[in-house]
Design a protein around this ligand. Structure first.
Ligand SMILES: Nc1ncnc2c1ncn2[C@@H]1O[C@H](COP(=O)(O)OP(=O)(O)OP(=O)(O)O)[C@@H](O)[C@H]1O
Ligand SMILES: [Mg+2]
Length: 241
């Protein structure tokens, strides 16, 4: 059994089946990708795992424990942390204060929390900007802060929702290095990404969804060569490449 098991999970909004009977299993230490067209249900599935939404049906197991329908703060205490597709820093707080919010989940000791927050900021080249207000950061830095804040909670599993969207080519490469570093430090990663060269190079395994349903899962190579995936999402030019 994997570290995270999503079993037959659905999330309906009225008549819309945003997530429709999805199964997947993520092993400890993996980088696991989730891809699919806009509106496929990727973020909704993340929201079910992270506790923002309770699934309409199905089960989510973490470390063998049923966490279905748990509240986000309890899931975070279980050491699953997430970022938001639309970044949500505390705009009028400093970069350090934003990271501290994450760290205080683990410790009530201020200097310990500061050490944890600063370690997370350093990883994302934000240490020098610790006194800058979040609202004054560039988009790239806000994206970094979003991941740093999640990392400051010292997670065992990190959910990244398009953390590279809007970054330049070189910034994507830097982020990929950081993601690998995080994985090497023992954190399992579940990530959504539209930048194919990024998700294909970094993932051990990928699930593809469309209209809420899983089309397939497999290695990046299996996914890239699958006719259904090429047709639904990647496009003929990618398949031929
Ligand atoms: N809170 C909500 N209420 C009603 N419908 C919703 C809600 N959240 C998402 N949806 C709908 O569910 C479907 C899946 O949305 P979701 O945001 O999960 O897609 P996605 O795969 O993350 O897309 P993108 O790649 O554009 O981020 C969409 O049709 C969306 O409009
Ligand atoms: Mg999304």
């Amino acid at each position: 059994m994997g570290l995270l098991n999503v079993q037959n999970v659905s999330k309906h909004f009225g008549g819309l089946k945003a997530v429709d009977q999805v199964d997947l299993s993520i092993e400890k230490g993996q980088i696991y990708g989730l891809i699919g067209p806009n509106g496929a249900g990727k973020s909704t599935l993340f929201n079910c795992v992270a506790g923002s939404y309770a699934p309409t049906s199905g089960r989510i197991l973490y470390n063998g424990e049923d966490i279905t329908g748990w509240k986000p703060w309890n899931i975070c205490r279980k050491k699953i942390s997430r970022t938001f597709q639309i970044v949500k820093p505390f705009q009028t707080k400093t970069v350090l204060a934003n990271a501290l919010v994450g760290a205080f989940l683990r410790t009530a000791n201020v200097s310990e929390a500061e050490d944890m927050a600063m370690a997370a900021l350093k990883k994302f080249h934000l240490a020098d900007k610790r006194n800058v207000l979040a609202k004054n950061l560039t988009i790239a830095d806000r994206k970094r802060l979003e991941v740093a804040r999640a990392m400051a909670t010292a997670p065992d599993m990190l959910l990244l929702d398009e953390c590279m969207a809007g970054l330049r080519h070189s910034e994507v490469d830097e982020t990929l290095d950081v993601i690998r570093e995080i994985r090497d430090s023992g954190v399992t990663i579940f990530m959504i990404e539209h930048i194919m060269r990024a998700i294909m190079t970094v993932s051990d395994r990928i699930t593809v969804i469309q209209f809420g349903r899983k089309i397939m899962d497999g290695t990046p190579q299996e996914v890239a060569n699958d006719e259904r995936v090429v047709k639904a999402y990647l496009g003929e030019s990618y398949g031929a490449a």
